[in-house]
Ligand binder design. Sequence first.
Ligand code: MN
Length: 504
Amino acid sequence: MAMENPFEGKEIWFGVGSQDLYGEEALRQVAQQTGEIVDFLNNTGKIPAKIVLKPTLKSSDGVKAFMTEASANPNVIGVITWCHTFSPAKMWIRGLEVLTKPLLQLATQHHKEIPWETIDMDFMNLNQAAHGDREFGYIVSRLGIPRKIVVGHYTDPEVAEKVGTWARACAGWDASQNMKVMRWGDNMRNVAVTEGDKTEAERVFGASINTWAVNELVAAYDKVKDDQVKDLIEDYKAKYDVAPELLDSRYDELFIAAKEEAAMVNMMRENGCTAAVDNFEDLGALPQLPGVGPQRFPSEYGWGFSAEGDWKTSVLVRIGAVMGYGLEGGASLMEDYSYNFVPGNELDMGSHMLEVSPAIGTIEKPKLAIYPLGIGGKSDPVRLVFSGKPTDAVVVSMADERERFRLLMDEVTVVEPQGSLKSLPCARAVWKPKPDLKTAVQCWITAGGSHHTCMTTSVGREAWEDFARIAGVELAVIDENTNARQFEKELEISEMYHRLNNRH
Ligand code: MN
């Protein structure tokens, strides 16, 4: 079991702008020096998708052909532009208007230092990115096209890091555009924030969100072969600290849990789905509320999962899993449960009945155990129990604000639990929210953020900001600089902006 590499076969196209005015020799140097820049960036190892240099863009027709091809090619997840020389920006208009892929404007330069003693007019004519990038920037801003702007010499490590983070957001967007979400059951009765407009979600995020009857899952469960179940149990034994009773007197219940995972995985694969939800109120003849299986969706398959029919959080978890591919940590459903209001030691504890994933990283090897579950009226479910490993993280929620979706993010620091939590039979994480618990909670509630979130410990703020910009979706951020009064004002301005901005 390993997550499919979302960057496999994916490309980022690099279009360098110039014009015919400069003559053959200058254009040859433009192409050659840009090639050096692209090779350098590819060799940093910080950019998970391959950057491919395309022929120099010198005309309006050329730009339009480049942008049309990039938009139509399913392997292209983003486009980087840079103007080595002065590139009159009217030639970019028709191309930019047809571009449907994420855009990054690289404001760089081939030379690092001005050659103080030798610089002449020829050198300055050839190397005038400072000039060209402004002209290009004007037209992109005028057209109102969102893009990431990265500034710096191409050898500056921060440049590759920022391009790499954006490449991750591009892959998240690509995954979102191709996502099918399997809903086993509707959302939990009477819950508001987990509701939402699934048709609008497909328009905005590309994700297709549909329902399969739980009876189909029960039928898939009945068809699972014993070998598949035994293989899963072997995998559990290799990765987790399995409670002895599950390998002895309660083996049948472990077998049921693994069989449920197999049934879910088989249905997901048969239908090409990469995110899912279930609902403890709608389990049909399934013996247990699925626990360990859904917990492994992000960590073993790179899929999204959320409980109680919350497809919005499941979509975020899938995007988070893709953006964080290959990095330490991962993505999981999280839910705010309990505060520690002790002055000077304010903390938030997140958990869920069962479904928090070890993808976020665990302090100790997760325990695979069985305990009763007070709700749902089913057999005791088998679940992984662990505490999230201390690290920087973000929690992100998606809420339907009637005419749009709002993403809300808080930067947090996951910390060690302050006690054994030995009586708590579910996975959890304890964190310090930024800027402090009281401000973070006040701002979160002001913005109407969900109690369900996607926690990512692999990628942080910048990747989600890049993703939100690409998606054209509001992202409100609570961070170390947030104060509640200012945040409320930012939200008001943001509401106006997103209501007036009809581009998306
Ligand atoms: Mn919940």
